[in-house]
Design a binder for this molecule. Structure first.
Ligand code: TYD
Length: 214
């Protein structure tokens, strides 16, 4: 029996952390063994790379950033994601390759073909079975993060133009992969967003189980 692979994406202040916990509990409540991980990060090596990516001092070249994202991803896939799926577990990952297309492709302007080459190298035919993108207008997201008053990282300190390009890339990805990617409006209350997430999860699990039965 093989498990499945769910990824969750969203810009600053989309409520990703809160909603990830909701998804985790929802899946566990249905008897699934859920392995939760994140990118960049998830493994010891990956978490060291994350520290560099988020808090490096001095200039980091865009290609260096992209390669580090995929280096952390390689480690996560081999050490954690593939073995868990093979065991029949559900892997829930906080961001994955759609983020590289959005931030390094859209935000930094790296050619998408270059990203696709790395995706092919690192992932082979591994793709998420379901991706939830939590979409929120930039201004709404920024107000939420300012309220929290957290220490910002290299990406959160980026310009409005960068953030708009990231959001647009996520919207483009959702339009390109309508079967895999579910776009959810995350600007409403936590309860309303959770009820939309729940509908997506229910229908995904139903399809997944019926696919297994055939
Ligand atoms: P994350 O932990 O999701 O931060 P937050 O919850 O504050 O949004 O991700 C850290 C940052 O890494 C985030 O700003 C997006 C960025 N990122 C990329 O630029 N490319 C990638 O491939 C990934 C996985 C993340």
């Amino acid at each position: 029996m093989t498990g499945f692979f769910i990824t969750v994406e969203g810009g600053d202040g989309a409520g990703k952390t809160t909603h990830l916990t909701f998804i985790y509990e929802w899946l566990r409540g249905r008897g699934m063994n859920v392995v939760r991980t994140r990118e960049p990060g998830g493994t010891d090596v990956g978490e060291s790379i994350r520290e560099l990516l988020l808090h490096a001092v001095g200039k980091m070249f865009d290609d260096t950033e992209l390669l580090l994202m995929f280096a952390a991803r390689m480690q996560n896939i081999e050490q954690l994601i593939k073995p868990a799926i093979a065991k029949g577990d559900c892997v829930l990952c906080d961001r994955f390759t759609d983020a590289s297309y959005a931030y390094q492709g859209g935000g930094r302007g790296i050619n998408m073909d270059r990203i696709a080459e790395l995706e092919q190298w690192v992932q082979g035919d591994l793709q998420p079975d379901l991706t939830i993108i939590l979409d929120v207008p930039i201004e709404t997201g920024m107000k939420r993060t300012q309220k929290r008053g957290e220490v910002s990282d290299r990406f959160e300190r980026e310009s409005m133009t960068f953030k708009k390009a990231v959001r647009q890339s996520y919207l483009d990805r959702a339009a390109c992969f309508p079967k895999r990617i579910q776009l959810i409006d995350a600007s409403g209350s936590i309860e309303s967003v959770e009820s939309n997430i729940e509908a997506v999860l229910s229908s995904f699990c139903e399809c997944w189980l019926s696919g297994k039965a055939t």
